[in-house]
Every structure is written in C-alpha cells, then in structure tokens.
Design a protein around this ligand. Structure first.
Ligand code: DGJ
Length: 718
C-alpha cells in the first residue's frame, strides 16, 4: 500500500493506493476509484464523506437494455463501445472513427503538485497537497491519457486535469475533452449554476437533475457572463448551512461546457471541460493536449461549507501571493463619473476631489488615450505620464501620495487604427468572411506569438515608464470568426502567457480583471489578476444579490465593488450613501465611481467616514471566512458575516431591502463563532457583550426604517 500521509489529527489524509484502488482523502472527505480488472476501465467508487474502503459492487443494476458500459460508474468515460452517456473524451482517430479503448497501465504518486505548463493552476507545498497520476492507454491507437488528481486535504478539494498524447503514427483530432468527470451514486440530486448577461451577472439557478442531459456552458470564447464555469450538485434537502454539496470550478477563462446526465440506471454523471465547438484540436504524432484543471470540493455543511472551501483554497493556493491577503486601497474610478470625456482638467479635478475625501488610489478608466487613437497604438504611451503627474499632483496636495491606476483593453483593436492598418492579419478572422465588429472592435488574435509579444512590449513600456500601481484589464466583446475552432484555446493560452509575463514583470502592481463587468470572473483569471470587477451594475440593491451569488464560488476578497451616483445610471434607483457604501464594503476592493463635485453636500460629507469604515472592515473581508446568514433571493433581510481566520474579529453586514409595515424584525443568528467565547458587539457606537452561544442561538436584532437600510456590526472576541 503506497501512502502519502499528512499528519492532520489522527486521520490519514492525502493519496492512498492499494494495488489498483485509489483513494484521495481530505480531512472530511474521500474520493475513491479503482481499476476494473477485466476491462482496465477506471470505475468511480465514491466522492463524499470519509470512506476507508470500497463496497463490493454487487448492487450494480444487472439488467437493462443498455450494456454494461452504460450501467457502471465510470471515471473517465471514452466513447464508442456501449456507454451512450456523455463522454469525457472523444477522439477522431486517424482512421476516421471516434472509438477509443482506454485501459489503465500504471500510476504514480507525487508529493506536492506539479504545475500545468502554460495554464493557470492551484499550487501548494508537499504539506498542502499530493498528487496521483493515473496512466491509461488505447493500445490500438497508441493514444495515452494521463489523469492527474491532486488532493488538498485541508480544503476537501480534489483537482483534476487530463493530458492526451498521440504516440501513434497518424494525426488524430481531440473533439471533446473533460477536465473532470465523475459518476455519482444513484440518488435524487439537484444542480446549481450561475447564469446572467451584461450587468445581470450571477443569477443562481437551482434545478432538479432529470433523466437525460442538462447543462450549460460558454461558446463565446471567454468564460462569459452567460454562464460561469461553476457547477454545484446538491441533494434536495441541502441548504445554505446543511447537507451535502459537491462544487466544481473550472480553472479556465475560455469557452467551456458543463454537462450533467442522469442515465437510465439513475446514476448522475458530471462532466466539465472544453466546449466542443471550440476545440477540434489536431494532435500530430508525439503531440499532447493538456486540459485546464477543475477543482472539486465536497461539503456536508451545505452551500456555505462548499463556498468557504473554495474561498480558502483560491486565496491560499490559486491567487498570487503578492496581493492575496493584502488589504486593498480605497479607490476612485473615473468611468461612471467621466465616461469617455477625459481631459487634463477634469482628471486633475477628480483626483483632487478623490484625495480630499480620503481615496488612496485614483483610477483613470476608458478614454485616456484619446478617441482617435487605437487601443494600443504606439501613441498610447504619449501623454499618460503627464496625466499621472497631474492626478498625483492633485492628490499630493493632501499629504499621502495618491496612487495611480490605469485602464487598458489590450486584446481589442478598432478598425480605424494605425495598428489595424499595419497588421490586418493580427485579428481573429475566418478566410474572407466579414470580420464582424462588437462595440466597434475586432479581437486581436492572441494565439499569435507576435501579437503576444506586441502586447507585452506595449504594456511594459507604459508600466515601466510611469508610476502605475494598478491596472484594470478590460475585455468587452466575444470571439466571432476564427480560422479554426482550436484558435479559441490557443488564444487563451496566448492570453495566459501575456498575463503571466506581465504580472511577474510588474509584481507590485494590483491587477484587476474585467470584461464588461463580470464577463471573465473565473479562477483562471484569478491565478494572474488579483481581483475582478464584479459587474457594471452598480445599483446597490442589485449588487447585494450579485455579490452574494458570486460568493458561491469566489471569495469576497477578489470582488471589486464601488459606490456610484444616484439615481443609478441603469436602474434609476436611489439608495442612501450608507447603503451603497455598506454593500461595496462587502467586496475586497472598495471604491467610488462617481464625480464628487456632483454629489449632494449632505452625502459628500459622509464619504471620508465611510472610507475610514471600509478600511477598518477590509482586512476581515479580505482574509476572513464568509458565512451567508440569509440570502437576498430568499429574505428581505439579507445578512453576511465575515470572521477573521484566527476568529478574533468579525464583521456583520445586515440589510433591509424593503420596508415592511408592522412586520417584526428578524433575529440574525450568527454562525461560525466559538460558543464559549465572549464577544464585544459594536454597532453605531452602541456596545454589548454576548457569548458566541447567545449570538448563534438567539441572534441579534436590528430595527430598520425605510427601504434599502443597512448596518455594519463589529465583533471582537474578548
Ligand atoms: C466595461 C467595464 O466593465 C467598465 O467598468 C468600463 O471600464 C468600460 N468597459 C469602459 O469602456
């Protein structure tokens, strides 16, 4: 028995191999599969709570019209030999057919976790993670598949990717390839995913898993607002705080597919990976294709437990160390205030006003390069130095030097630009089909090394020449025409190279990803960029839902959230400055996105205090665990609690969305505290001391008057 052990209590965690039976043990979970001796197939045994052995499979349905391959739990289902369910791999062999026969050949246990060359990936030391690589081969085609499983025991997280290598003599085409595939036992299950559109990100869809196939994905070239690369599977009784939840999160920024199939025998198969419309990957002899990795977590403490596992794993083992735990500077972004109307006078005025209010970082958004100039023409760097000096000069009048941030949209080009004139072959296109524009833009083809090098050089020039502390990297349209479906993934690999080089070259810059708001809010982006602009929807009421639901998988630490002007530009709704600020403080990167000069005096006067409050809250939001106490989709009184990792401090956000006449105010029962500890509870200058037991079993009650009300409550462990 080969074992990689972790000394975590008395449990044996990590990878445990018993001949050809494999177990990946987390602190509170086990993932098990084995090799079927006669077929060489990998059989899924268990993904759930801790289990020390497999149970004999005598309960497999022995009868049915479908043959055996369709009646069993398969770990990496290939295609063409009687399993009619969705496959994990579909290979068009050089002979033209799509039949594969992958059989186990060997395995290897590796301490730690090897990186995925060219792809974003979770990382960790040998104490944090261990890896099992299982090799399978189709002897006829001489195609090898290596499945890499890494277990992060402290997070109950199994991370999987697949590598296909063509050792045959002819070219093959990978038509479909999953990062993760698993067959879950026969039971009633439901699935949850996040869907949306521009400014309407993160609606949580919960539905029963029916017999047949159901799924979602993105074929726009990016992870997209339309569907996030995240899937949760739960039992019908799973709630926020109780019950089983399996979470799957694909560490990828490109098109993806997530499919769930309940087969005729009642088992549920989940498959996440590339989108087949954007793959068709040719593999010449000797070549390999590696999938992005997919993180799967298991929780028995409901969706909240699932989210906290993702949050900790992403903060500790995915996001760059530079910023992962660092409080973010309160910022002012020019977009909603100035839009494209940017000139030296209003930049100076805005930066001065921002610094007056206590803002630490001034961000110049779109419009800074002048309307006639292309997104990244050689002219782009001209003038920016002066603008930065102006902004900082405005800020410097108030002591501490105002940091400066700049918006870029480097992956796009306008047709009327010197760059496009010089290099029309640099944009995505398909033969002589029209190059359809989106937001008046074409997409630079980042699969081309010369385009990658151009972007790296252009942006390095600007960042190297100027005192820029923050970059907002925007991307505002989908991919249309492509020379070949595989360009989509090659593009993403190119983008990752650009992100990797630039973020390593400028490690102290705070990098924010953006794609028309949350159109690329995915774990792949988070490996390079420290945070993501959550949505262009800055209406605070809408933001409560968007931020709560985004937190199903992503930690609050990586969410950008700003106070904007009222009435809100998109919804026309007016909410108080306190409500807008408190909602924005629930995001790790708090800021303003308005013109202070246009604020009503009675609002403006409150901003310095609100910024100071955000600075007090921020370390707990950045580094703490999130407990969603009541959800805005279910309650008029949503509440969220952040508890610092050490448990000494906590911040409670309570909201009333609408005034309900003569309705009693609910008690907010806290969670995650030490029942025996005593906590000082402070809100609006009032102080009380309660035990954790009282706070969790009785709760706190706050009185609200009117629509869109909020409270921020501090808890200090005594
Ligand atoms: C879309 C982004 O989401 C906005 O925040 C802003 O940067 C605009 N693009 C600028 O064009």
């Amino acid at each position: 028995m080969a074992t990689t052990q972790f000394d975590l209590g008395n449990e044996t965690t990590g990878v445990v191999v018993d001949e050809t039976s494999f177990a990946l043990h987390g602190n509170n979970s086990s993932y098990r599969f084995h090799v079927d001796a006669s077929s060489g197939d990998l059989i899924s045994d268990h993904f759930g709570g801790p289990a020390t052995e497999n149970v004999a499979l005598s309960n497999i349905a022995a009868h049915g019209w479908v043959e055996m391959p369709c009646r069993i739990w398969r770990e990496f289902p290939d295609q063409g030999r009687g399993d009619f369910r969705i496959p994990a791999v579909r290979i068009r062999q050089s002979a033209g057919h799509t039949v594969s026969e992958l059989r186990y050949t060997s395995h290897q246990v590796i301490p730690g976790k090897p990186s995925l060359p060219g792809l974003p990936a979770t990382f960790g030391s040998e104490e944090d993670v261990s890896t099992l690589v299982v090799r399978m081969e189709d002897e006829r085609a001489r195609v090898v598949v290596e499945l890499s499983y890494s277990i992060f025991p402290a997070h109950d997280a199994v991370v999987r990717s697949a590598k296909v290598t063509n050792n045959g003599n002819g070219e093959i085409t990978i038509e479909n390839l999953a990062s993760f595939s698993v067959d879950l036992p026969s039971q009633e299950l439901e699935m949850i995913n996040l869907r949306g559109d521009w400014s309407r990100e993160a609606f949580a869809e919960r539905r029963k898993i029916h017999y047949g196939t159901q799924g979602f994905g993105s074929a726009v070239g990016y992870s997209s607002h339309l569907h996030n690369p995240f899937l949760a599977i739960v039992t019908p009784t799973t709630t926020e705080s109780q019950g089983e939840a399996w979470g799957f999160s694909l560490v990828y920024t490109g098109s993806f597919a997530a499919n769930v199939e309940k087969g005729s025998q009642g088992f549920t198969r989940a498959v996440l990976g590339f989108h087949p419309n954007h793959l068709s990957w040719p593999l010449a002899p000797g070549e390999s294709l590696v999938t992005p990795e997919c993180v799967a977590v298991y929780s028995t403490t409901g969706l909240g437990g699932m989210s906290r596992r993702f949050h900790r794993l992403f903060r500790d083992h995915l996001v760059r160390r530079e910023w992962a735990d660092r409080p973010r500077p309160a910022l002012l972004n020019s977009w909603e205030g100035l839009s494209f109307d940017v000139n030296e006078d209003n930049i100076y005025a805005l930066a001065t006003d921002a610094a007056d209010l206590g803002v630490k970082l001034f961000v110049l958004d779109d419009g800074w390069f002048g309307v006639k100039h292309p997104r990244l023409a050689e002219t782009a760097a001209l003038g920016i130095g002066r603008r930065i000096r102006l902004a900082q000069c405005g800020g410097q009048r108030h002591g501490e030097k105002l940091k400066f941030g700049l918006w870029f949209e480097p992956e796009m080009v306008n047709v009327r630009s010197s760059l496009y004139e010089a290099h029309p072959e640099w944009v995505l296109h398909a033969a002589d089909y029209p190059r359809t524009e989106g937001r008046n833009q074409l997409v630079l083809n980042l699969s081309l090394p010369e385009v990658q090098d151009f972007l790296i050089a252009s942006i390095s020039k600007i960042l190297g020449a100027s005192a820029i502390s923050y970059v907002k990297w925007d991307n505002n349209r989908g991919m249309h025409e492509m020379a070949h479906p595989s360009v989509a993934h090659r593009y993403i690999l190119g983008a990752y190279r650009v992100f990797d080089v630039l973020t390593k070259r400028f490690p102290h810059v705070l990098w924010e990803g953006c794609a028309s708001g949350g159109g690329r809010f995915d774990p792949g982006i988070l490996h390079y960029f420290d945070q993501v602009w959550t949505s262009d929807n800055t209406d605070a009421l809408e933001r409560v839902r968007i931020q709560f639901n985004t937190s199903l998988v992503y930690p609050a630490s990586v969410m950008g959230a700003h106070i904007s002007a009222v009435p809100n530009w998109s919804t026309g709704r007016s909410t108080s400055i306190e409500f807008r600020a408190h909602v924005a403080m629930m995001g790790g990167s708090f800021g303003l996105e308005l013109t202070p000069a246009e604020m009503p005096a009675e609002e403006k006067v409150k901003v310095p205090q609100l910024i100071a409050l955000s600075e007090r809250v921020n370390p707990v939001v950045i580094g703490g665990d999130l407990w969603r106490l009541s959800n805005p989709e279910e309650s008029n009184w949503p509440a969220a609690l952040f508890i610092s990792r050490a448990g000494h401090q906590a911040v409670l956000f309570c909201f009333q969305l609408r005034a309900h006449l003569y309705h009693a105010f609910p008690f907010v029962k806290l969670q995650g505290l030490d029942p025996r500890a005593r906590y000082r509870v402070t809100c609006n200058g009032e102080e009380a001391v309660y035990s954790g037991a009282t706070l969790m079993n009785v709760g706190l009650q706050y009185i609200f008057y009117g629509d869109y009300q909020s409270r921020v409550v501090f808890l200090d462990r005594l």
